[in-house]
Design a protein around this ligand. Sequence first.
Ligand SMILES: [Zn+2]
Length: 109
Amino acid sequence: MDVEISVQALPLLGVCNLCLNEGAVKSMLMGYNHNGNIEIYSEMLFKCFAIDLTQMEFTDTKRLICKLCINKLRDSVTFREQVETSLQTLQAVVNTNRMYIMIYIITHR
Ligand SMILES: [Zn+2]
């Protein structure tokens, strides 16, 4: 007789380091797949807020994050990328305008 064993990952329970609520959490140090992208929450936290979890000594509390904070962090990353793209676009427009002004000045002497 064949026996099939299916293994499912149980949700990890603990205290979220970022809001201190207790419940289902994930490690901030591991990579998780989100829509085909690998997310590492500790790296996202560092990228957005320059908070380096590796510099903090949480010896007995693992670096955990809850789903609510994951969503906020993900929104923050998206917002940061939007801001960076917008500023780069504005800078490119300013540079282009400067170039046209220079060309105008040179050709209308
Ligand atoms: Zn949280």
